[in-house]
Design a protein around this ligand. Structure first.
Ligand code: C5P
Length: 300
């Protein structure tokens, strides 16, 4: 096989509950991931070394050196297989960069699935999941997709059945936010407030809304413990969220560590109208309608 293509979705967190800071610098989470129909495509081609090329409107914001998560993923897979394989990775990026939608994690997951196929390794999903967890907290979910609860750092996943399709609008911001700095700001704000940080708990009403496919109930149960920190670092997001609510969004939330804003719509038509209103009024410079849940990293 000389070339393999994998499609990988973005994610939004419909619940992101952040526990106290751990000694290893991470936080224990209850992280309800939901994969949505904004995709990166990772093509892996036979080569002597491991390289990456990025295409698309976000290309100039993605590193192509050792900091690139897809390169790290291909190297980790080769190491796991005990051989010095090569692959030229070409990534078509549609997922916002540093946007809180797991774009880097998606590319890592795509590289794992693509190189597993290109190199004929035939590793089972459990092995890929283990390598994924070492690459980043969100990479295992990018492999799995659908809707799932992540505990631990977010890498220990249990799949959640959902009772229907949910329709969303995503408004990426100009300029990303670093995940580590948003968690750091969350810790700082908590320290200033002096309040005890509770152990994260799964929201039962949210589970029920997902299970029955009730968009109204899901909208009123969306929550993100990183949102206050993201809004402190990027105050302009507050007016974007407000505009979405005014245009009838059932829920408006910062996606993960942000700065992308996520709006839950009533149906596909409402999502299209909402995206149009957000851009027409200048509340967002771009807005994309999408749906979820969708499959994780998939060979095409
Ligand atoms: O795992 P990943 O490399 O994606 O995490 C990026 C950063 O986000 C970590 O270095 C850490 O600062 C923060 N993080 C955290 N707790 C988690 C996941 C991420 O503090 N559960």
């Amino acid at each position: 096989m000389s070339s393999v293509t994998v499609r990988v979705p973005a994610k939004v967190n419909v619940q992101l509950s952040v526990g106290p800071l751990r000694e290893d610098g991470y936080h224990d989470l209850v992280n309800v991931f939901h994969a949505v129909s904004i995709f990166d495509e990772v093509v892996a081609k036979e080569s002597d070394s491991i390289t990456v090329q990025i295409n698309g409107k976000w290309a100039d914001q993605v590193p192509t050196d050792d900091n690139n998560l897809a390169i790290q993923a291909a190297r980790a897979l080769a190491k796991h297989a005990g051989r010095s394989y090569g692959a030229d990775l070409v990534i078509q990026k549609d997922i916002p960069v540093a946007g809180g939608m797991a774009g880097g994690s998606a590319d890592a997951a795509g590289a794992l699935v693509a190189c597993n196929e290109l190199w004929g390794l035939g590793l089972p999903p459990e092995d890929l999941m283990e390598i994924a967890g070492d690459l980043g907290s969100d990479v295992p979910f990018s492999l799995l997709g659908g809707t799932a609860v992540g505990t631990g750092r977010g890498e220990q996943l249990s799949e959640l059945p959902t009772g229907g399709t949910f329709h969303w609008v995503f408004a990426p911001a100009n300029g990303g936010l670093s995940t580590a700095s948003v968690y750091g700001e969350c810790d700082r704000l908590r320290e200033v407030s002096g309040a005890q940080v509770p152990w994260p708990q799964l929201n039962d009403s949210l589970m029920e809304a997902l299970g029955t496919g009730d968009a109204y109930a899901l909208g009123s149960n969306l929550s993100n413990d990183l949102q206050t920190a993201a809004l402190t670092l990027r105050p302009s997001l507050a007016s974007t969220l407000d505009a979405g609510r005014q245009h009838g969004a059932l829920g408006a939330i910062v996606s993960g560590s942000g700065p992308t804003c996520a709006f839950l719509a009533i149906d596909a038509t409402h999502a299209r109208d909402l995206a149009q209103s957000l851009t027409a009024t200048g509340a967002a410079h771009t807005a994309v309608a999408a749906h979820g849940p969708v499959h994780g990293a998939t060979l095409i």
